[in-house]
Design a protein around this ligand. Structure first.
Ligand SMILES: Cc1cc2nc3c(=O)[nH]c(=O)nc-3n(C[C@H](O)[C@H](O)[C@H](O)COP(=O)(O)OP(=O)(O)OC[C@H]3O[C@@H](n4cnc5c(N)ncnc54)[C@H](O)[C@@H]3O)c2cc1C
Length: 397
């Protein structure tokens, strides 16, 4: 098999890159995935779409990606399960630094032309009926935000990439990269040898170990977040009944939580926005699926404290997954220094789904030698760390 470009990994980044590369080439473009689409972080993602970030370069990418996500179904006829619930990012009155950060982020986003509003406690209470939000809280309101169904999105992006000429091969594992004279020449896979001039390793939590086999060490750490679900309360927002119970996504800097209300599936997901309590995973294949009672208790208490109607709702499941972290909570995207033709795209630190289309476009621009406009290569440079940095960040907020 011959592939001018080989993409390793069938998560949101892999399918986005395939989709953006396919129209640019008549030569072969192959994506291999060792299990199935969404077998990594992407399939378990909250897939919340917001543009609220601290860094303008990321906010712009999130904004461009949101535009693509929200118009994709109309453009292609393929569904993503997009729900425009709006997104509130909230800081509490006892968090002056976070309140200031929210104000600054909103000003920056408005400067980029993003539809976002600085909102006070009363306005947030009106946007989330029945919520308990203290006077002095500060929030941002993104009316265009929401979330997609991650697995439907992967399937639709994959279908579009295939229709545009990419070959997506499921159940094919990359075993080893082949290199000659300082550049990639192909790969040894579970389905045989593959010849390739450019290889993009977009293997999520498996990326670090995969590249380490070749003596390549990147500052990536895999941790295990847990999420819990509660039934959606009837909040009577929509008299037609269509969206009964829907409330905006809440990114809650005060409680350290996020909540994604999904009335279509009758449940709301809650998770932490800090990584500190998440346990490091040394072997991503050995993920412990058991969710701790502490997380379940914390999730119920946090959400019911903010929106008391949740107190009477039943538990509706939980999940464990993987985040792939970098020291500054921003991804590594770009060429691997010293090995021509090899690219790394990993380390999205729990907030990458929303950036998929922009990352796909930016990586396609890199691979085809175009001016890179869809992302800032210096900001995401894989060799930007000196070593010795700590691990932190709250989803780039
Ligand atoms: C619980 C949870 C909630 C999240 N919520 C949000 C959110 O609300 N909004 C947001 O923007 N982001 C969110 N994220 C983050 C986001 O989902 C990730 O940043 C994103 O999915 C990463 O995608 P990826 O394609 O880089 O990696 P992955 O989705 O992990 O894909 C990597 C793929 O590579 C495959 N692979 C690995 N090794 C090999 C090999 N040797 N050969 C072939 N294939 C291989 C794997 O099977 C896997 O399918 C969340 C993540 C989690 C876990």
């Amino acid at each position: 098999m011959h592939g001018r470009i080989l993409i390793v990994g069938g998560g949101i980044m892999g399918v986005s890159i395939a989709q953006k590369c396919a129209p640019r080439t008549r030569e072969s473009l192959v994506l291999i995935e060792k299990k199935h689409l969404g077998a990594g972080s992407s399939g378990r993602s909250g897939a919340i779409l917001r543009a609220h970030y601290r860094d303008a370069v990321v906010a712009r990418m999130a904004h461009e990606s949101l535009r693509e996500y929200s118009s994709f179904a109309a453009r292609t006829g393929l569904p993503l399960g997009f729900q425009r619930t709006g997104v509130i990012t909230l800081a509490g009155p006892k968090q002056p630094e976070w309140c200031q950060r929210v104000r600054e982020n909103v000003a920056m986003m408005q400067g980029l032309g993003i539809r976002v509003e600085l909102v006070d406690a009363a306005r947030m209470r009106a946007l989330v009926p029945g919520s308990v939000i203290a006077e002095g809280s500060v929030g941002s309101w993104e009316p265009d935000g929401g979330f997609v169904d991650p697995n439907q999105t992967l399937a639709s992006f994959a279908q579009q990439a295939t229709e545009l000429g990419a070959e997506l091969r499921m159940g094919v594992e990359l075993l080893e990269l082949c290199m000659e004279n300082g550049r990639v020449s192909g790969a040894r896979t579970s389905a045989g040898e593959l010849v390739a001039e450019q290889i993009v390793v977009v293997a999520g939590p498996w990326t670090r170990a995969l590249l380490a086999r070749h003596g390549l060490d990147f500052p990536l750490k895999v941790v295990r977040p847990e999420n819990h679900y509660l039934g959606v309360p009837e909040m009577g927002l929509d008299p037609s009944g269509a969206a009964r119970g829907a409330h905006p996504v809440l990114i809650d800097l005060e409680l350290g939580s996020y909540a994604r209300c999904d009335p279509a599936n009758a449940r709301t997901r809650i998770g932490r926005i800090d990584y500190d309590d998440d346990h490091e995973i040394l072997d991503p294949d050995a993920l412990d699926e058991h969710v701790s009672p502490e997380l379940v208790r914390w999730g119920r208490a946090a959400l019911s404290g903010r929106i008391p109607a949740y107190a009477s709702r039943a538990d509706a499941g939980s999940l464990a997954a993987w985040y792939t972290l970098t020291p500054d909570a921003q991804a590594l995207i770009g060429p691997v220094p010293g090995i021509a033709g090899l690219f790394i795209v990993s380390g999205f630190s729990g907030h990458g789904f929303k950036l998929g289309p922009a990352v796909g476009e930016g990586v396609a621009q890199m691979l085809f030698g175009e001016k890179v406009t869809a992302l800032d290569p210096a900001f995401f440079a894989p060799d930007r760390f000196q070593g010795g940095e700590g691990w932190g960040g709250r989803f780039g907020l």
